[in-house]
Design a protein around this ligand. Structure first.
Ligand SMILES: NC(=O)c1ccc[n+]([C@@H]2O[C@H](COP(=O)([O-])OP(=O)(O)OC[C@H]3O[C@@H](n4cnc5c(N)ncnc54)[C@H](O)[C@@H]3O)[C@@H](O)[C@H]2O)c1
Length: 497
């Protein structure tokens, strides 16, 4: 995407700074990072490793080549050549204000300067900048490389154009920018989260519930709905056929009782801190932070994928990002010069693909090939809009040859060659390779049929897709035909009776 920054300067490489590094690097941006902490490189490396693992599971769309990460020794070096500077230093006004003023002096005049602050006011943070108009808050959520929300909040001196530029830059790396209309402490999300957090602290303080029971109250119920309906849409439905007015009439009176402790805050004295720490350690059941982060990431990836199927909430953002990634891979990109088959998918084989025999289950081979067909169709322009228009390819036949064993942890890729096509059919040949090895692990020959999804009948491809299929077929027509193409199952003769 043209609005994507080529180089990003990061100030701070803790939980959030490292998450930003991962999101930008995996989206192909170069990153220059300054953090005075001696082990910042290790922290960022760990987060990046988590992120790579998560992205391998998250999408089949071809990711751009990873950007280059450089750790530098000063603010000036970090912002040098950066189109976007993201500050993620500790939440202290003075420290941030100084850091941002230094960045402002050294950065190119047109660079955007953003702060990850969870709730400090942008007007305060931009106070000592020479060019405060190019500053705003870009408040992300942990883990930054998976959660798409970024709240944008400008201060009194922020230019409207800065907000628009930041919106495009963050969207270009798969995020959902939410512009906060007024400058308030805590913005929108943390105001909501803090209200919940305060109530949770009271419940522990008053010994009404343990930390585990409070988490259960969220994750077995409302938490499941929040991921895609938020709070207002949830209650709109809870109001039944009469909708929101009914809900408000029914539960409105409770607001004046009230159930909650409102703005009172329990004192976080040693005793309460100890109780919360001990109870939450118990919840962790001996799992390290690393293990919990990976569990979190795996589940988030699956949730995002479920939401993508419905194109709702964060799933809609994921789908848009994938369309963008596919759009950046021009049809037949890998083989556009006719030099070889396409290589559109590559991934690491996850441990949970192993069956009871200790082998990768055979259905996973088909999954790898089906994913390659999907990536091919995406690159030919079969996107959500085309599907909404009622056209799609269905696989009608597959012949799969297992040649060598695949193992968990292997990094593999699939090459795809178009053997032929007409207005309704697309005949493809896939080959699965372990990275760095010339011998194939498996091959699959497939026939795909274009259908009109409304009638369920075969129908000609449309518009640009038709042209792209024809062009790719021509291009691949000059490649040698794979030796295994056209093979059938090598069955033994049945004994004569
Ligand atoms: N942790 C979260 O869930 C979360 C979510 C959203 C936003 N934020 C915000 O992000 C910011 C960073 O939070 P965090 O959780 O990553 O904290 P953190 O403590 O994990 O990381 C802060 C990093 O900043 C570094 N640092 C200290 N002084 C610096 C300086 N002068 N220049 C550059 N780096 C410096 C520290 O060495 C540390 O590595 C805060 O403003 C916080 O409010 C945090």
């Amino acid at each position: 995407m043209s609005d994507q920054p080529r180089t990003v300067g990061l100030l701070g490489g803790g939980v959030i700074g490292a998450g930003w590094a991962a999101r930008f690097l995996l989206n192909g941006c170069d990153v220059r990072l300054f953090d005075p902490k001696p082990d910042a490189e290790r922290v960022v490396g760990n987060v990046l490793e988590n992120a790579r693992r998560a992205y391998e599971q998250l999408t089949l769309a071809p990711l751009p080549p990873e950007g280059e990460l450089v750790h530098v020794d000063s603010v000036a070096e970090a912002v040098e050549g950066a189109e976007l500077v993201q500050e993620s230093a500790p939440e202290q006004v003075e420290l941030k204000r100084d850091l941002l003023a230094t960045a402002d002096r050294s950065a190119a005049p047109e660079a955007l300067i953003c702060s990850s602050t969870s709730g400090l006011r942008p007007s305060e943070l931009q106070a000592e900048m020479r060019r405060p108009e190019r500053f705003l808050v870009g408040h992300p959520f942990n883990p930054v490389y998976l959660l798409p929300l970024v709240e944008l909040c400008g201060g009194a001196a922020t230019a409207a154009e800065t907000v628009e530029r930041a919106r495009s830059a963050y969207a270009s790396v798969g995020m959902h920018p939410l512009v906060v209309r007024a400058e308030i402490d805590g913005f929108v999300a943390d105001r909501l989260l803090e209200a919940l957090w305060r109530e949770a602290l009271w419940l522990v303080h008053d010994e009404v519930a343990t930390t585990a029971e409070i988490d259960d109250a969220i994750r077995y119920g409302a938490g499941l709905r929040w991921a895609f309906m938020g709070t207002f849409l949830t209650y709109r439905i809870a109001g039944g056929e009469e909708g929101m007015p009914h809900f408000l009439r029914q539960f409105g009176p409770a607001l004046s009782w009230p159930w909650t402790k409102l703005v009172d805050v329990p004192e976080l004295d040693d005793e309460l801190v100890e109780v919360i720490a001990a109870q939450s350690d118990e919840q962790a059941r001996g799992r390290s932070v690393r293990e919990l982060e990976r569990l979190r990431d795996r589940v988030l990836v699956r949730l995002l994928q479920a939401l993508r199927v419905e194109e709702t909430g964060a799933g809609a953002t994921l789908a848009a990002w994938e369309r963008d990634l596919l759009g950046r891979t021009p049809p037949a990109a890998a083989g556009a010069n006719g030099s070889g088959p396409l290589r559109l998918t590559s991934r690491r084989v996850p441990v949970d693909w192993i069956d009871y025999n200790g082998h990768v289950h055979e259905s996973r081979y088909l999954q790898l090939f089906a994913d390659a067909s999907d990536a091919l169709l995406g690159s030919l322009g079969i996107d959500a809009e085309y599907l909404r228009g009622g056209g799609s390819y269905f696989t009608v036949e597959t012949h799969l040859s297992h040649l060598r064993a695949l193992e968990a942890g292997d990094r593999v890729s699939v090459t795809t060659q178009v053997l032929g096509s007409d207005e309704k059919r697309l005949h493809v040949f896939h080959t699965l390779y372990r990275d760095g090895e010339p011998e194939p692990l498996a091959t699959a020959e497939q026939m795909l049929l274009h259908v009109d999804t409304a009638s369920g009948r075969a129908a000609p491809t449309r518009d640009e897709v038709r042209e792209r299929v024809a062009a790719l077929t021509d291009l691949h027509g000059s490649l040698p035909r794979p030796g295994r193409a056209g093979r059938a199952v090598g069955a033994p003769r049945s004994p004569s009776v």
